[in-house]
Design a protein around this ligand. Structure first.
Ligand SMILES: [Zn+2]
Ligand SMILES: [Zn+2]
Ligand SMILES: [Zn+2]
Ligand SMILES: [Zn+2]
Ligand SMILES: [Zn+2]
Length: 478
């Protein structure tokens, strides 16, 4: 499928975790064991140390709760010192960690210690030594939740310590589809996929577990949201549904707007070409009925017909029942040939901006035919049609970002176009417009993508009129 091209592997994100030897010590304890001498004793025995720390912390809590100072504090400290000493006596080595620092009389010859948290003297009592500084136990706090860190292991980000759980909550990416933490791969790295435009991040597994994507914006359906199922199997997200155009009548004002857009560029289309909204199957059938093999995207969303055909178009806006489209009425229309172009067909159910950009593209095919252009190579033909599609989108997104041009002007007398119905464009609709432009510019196919880029460069350099004149003469971009 086409969107596969657009998926890139998210940057690998390795979570670095600091670990400290949570050594609490009374400053009167004697620590004269050079840490180097512990090397070579690397067998397990850390449980004792852990236990000592846990013990000291529960005592700390008690002491705080009882608000007891003085002698009992000394007792606690003596007990802790004994526990630590005992754990060291049985040869328990500290875990190797470059950042761990052992309180020692050498490091603090004066015995005067300033807590890195509150900047006051630690004085008598327990302190914690890590990250190259000393701390009151209650001052060594998690940067996220602000609570003291009492666990043996913690995580670091920059110079800030975090509870492991808080760190994970903050920095371990969560999947936008299943809402779980994105799992690590065999190499221990967090590997995810991300949509290049929307930034939606998800577990790689969702690419193979039939998670639906919106047929308009390409975003995956999150587990806690239900997309709408269109009759022909496509799925539509609720935000795209918001401005979706569902039937042939509803689309007429937009069709007029785009014809006006062509007229505004001195490319008036005089012929009354019928424009019909159709289902996917009707579109594919009509495409097969065309003699001239036209070049189309893997998912065809519009067609400029030149043969006489009978096409079934959507005549009445379907209703939404549950998360399905129901009560859709179609009507067979015999298209007779009045000019080079018999009709323009557009896939139903797409947002107004996407419908319009497809219309602008198909109208350009029509304009070329009606103006006697020869059969062009796919990259020139599709490229120039995409240029017009992009230009129209740009004009819409620009208009939408300033003061609303819709609603106030009633040039056509019809005010049922989807976006004027709701007044100014929503934030999402603008973003969607940006996305459709992004899709056109980033398209990797030779006809649509390379064709657009060449055509757009020519248009920017020589203007549209000169570009079209050159195409008429040579069949190529200038
Ligand atoms: Zn402090
Ligand atoms: Zn925390
Ligand atoms: Zn997931
Ligand atoms: Zn969508
Ligand atoms: Zn085309």
């Amino acid at each position: 499928m086409r969107w596969l091209d657009k998926i890139f592997k998210g940057s690998n994100h390795r979570i670095s975790e600091g670990q400290y030897q949570g050594v609490f010590a009374d400053e009167n304890s004697v620590w004269d064991m050079p840490s180097g001498s512990l090397d070579g004793h690397a067998h397990s025995g850390n449980e004792d140390l852990d236990h000592a720390i846990a013990l000291s912390l529960s005592e700390e809590e008690q002491r705080k709760a009882n608000n007891i100072g003085g002698s009992s504090e000394v007792d606690d400290d003596e007990e802790l010192a004994r526990a630590l000493q005992a754990s060291l006596d049985i040869g328990s080595p500290p875990r190797s960690n470059q950042s761990s620092i052992y309180p020692s009389t050498h490091a603090y010859p004066t015995g005067y210690k300033i807590c890195a948290g509150c900047n006051t003297e630690i004085g008598y009592g327990r302190f914690l030594s890590c990250m190259g500084a000393v701390w009151h136990p209650q001052c060594f706090r998690c940067h996220a939740c602000g609570e003291p860190i009492s666990e043996h292991e913690f995580s670091m980000s920059g110079n800030d310590p975090y509870h492991k759980s808080c760190y994970k909550e903050l920095y371990h990416p969560k999947c936008d589809v299943c809402s779980h933490f994105i799992p690590t791969n065999r190499a221990g790295l967090i590997e995810y996929r991300a949509h290049p435009f929307w930034g939606q991040r998800y577990c790689p597994s969702h690419e193979h577990d039939n998670t639906p994507r919106c047929c308009s914006c390409e975003r995956m359906e999150p587990r806690n949201v239900q997309y709408i199922s269109l009759d022909d199997g496509r799925k539509l997200c609720l935000e795209c549904l918001d401005s979706a155009i569902m039937d042939t009548n509803e689309c007429q004002p937009l069709y007029l707007e785009i014809r006006d857009f062509y007229e505004g560029m001195n490319m008036k289309i005089n012929q009354q070409i019928p424009m019909l909204l159709v289902e996917r199957q009707a579109l594919n059938e009509a495409m097969q009925g065309e003699k001239e093999g036209s070049h189309h995207m893997p998912e065809t969303r519009g067609l400029c017909l030149s043969e006489e055909q009978t096409v079934s178009s959507i005549s009445r806006r379907p209703r939404i029942g549950g998360n399905r489209i129901i009560d859709m009425f179609t009507e067979s229309k015999k298209l007779t040939r009045r000019c080079e172009v018999t009709a323009i067909l557009i896939l139903y159910g797409l947002p107004r901006l996407l419908t319009g950009s497809i219309l602008a593209h198909e109208l350009m095919h029509a304009w070329l035919r009606l103006n006697g252009f020869r059969t062009l190579s796919p990259d020139v033909e599709e490229g120039i049609c995409q240029v017009l599609s992009h230009m129209w989108l740009e004009s819409e997104v620009m208009a939408g970002s300033g003061s609303s041009s819709h609603g106030a002007s009633t040039s056509s007398g019809i005010s049922s176009s989807s976006s004027s119905k709701k007044g100014a464009k929503s934030q999402f609709e603008k973003k969607l417009g940006d996305f459709f432009m992004h899709q056109i510019t980033m398209d990797s196919s030779p006809a649509y993508g390379d064709g657009f880029r060449a055509g757009n460069a020519a248009m920017l350099r020589y203007g549209l009129k000169r570009t079209l004149d050159h195409i008429r003469l040579t069949g190529n971009f200038p």
